[in-house]
Ligand binder design. Sequence first.
Ligand code: OGA
Ligand code: MN
Length: 291
Amino acid sequence: MQITQAHPLFAAELRGLDLPHPQDAETLDAIRAALATYGVVVIKDQDALDDDGQIAFSRAFGKLQTSISLHREDTARRVKRAELTDLSNVDADGKRIGADDTRRKLQLPGRLWHSDNSFRSPPGLYTFLHARVVPPEGGNTDFADMRAAYDALDEAMKLRLAGLKALHTLAWSREQVGAPPLSLQEAQNIPESVQPLIRVHPTTGRRSLYLSSHASHIDGMDLAEGRALLAELNAFATQAAFVYAHVWTAGDLVIWDNRCTMHRATPFPEEKYHRDMRRTSVEDTQAAVAA
Ligand code: OGA
Ligand code: MN
């Protein structure tokens, strides 16, 4: 396995892996170590990976989360496995779905900076996103290093944030992008969660900001004041120096650690091109480590 760093602060490309085949313990440990160091790893050339292979590989890293789309009554699922989240603009017949389709609207919160499943308890740990078909322009995924963002805060802000918690809910990120509100079934099955604003990585000991567009307000703080603080932190943490823009090649499998990175999807000409991306995620089994 060859590792090439992709950005001055974080993110790396891994080459020489063949994922449809089970990986030995040593290789899995090397991938886990790369994730701890780089936060985001891009495993190149995995064109042969299919739904079952992606699920089997992801499972080696923890307990799989099921897709929240299972709780939506008004949308048909194209992929059949409950562990897969479909982040595509194509339907079961391979036709492109329009931007006004409910399935596309439900994907819109992904355009805001976030940490996957931060609104669930336990939240997301690693996400695995596999590119089956990518558009020739646009449709990047941007990543931001929340360890570098934490390190760059001034001491007064670090002190102010210590011990603070944020309330995360999918209802808030949906509201910000004008996506459909939570259905009754979603509201019953996807409750809000409370997460620390600062986390300590259990492997590296590094502190990071734990932000997400699902974070609605700060626990115990006036709503407007909390939202203003979250907006200020989001802007600070996603400044250009902390961002790696991943330009996809079909066959890339990107894995990231949601405890110490944020990400967002970027737009592309949806009416012209297919984009077929499939996601698996494992849950964070360790209790969030508040600083
Ligand atoms: C998401 C997401 C990234 C992408 O929907 O959670 O992060 O590039 N998507 O599609
Ligand atoms: Mn995401």
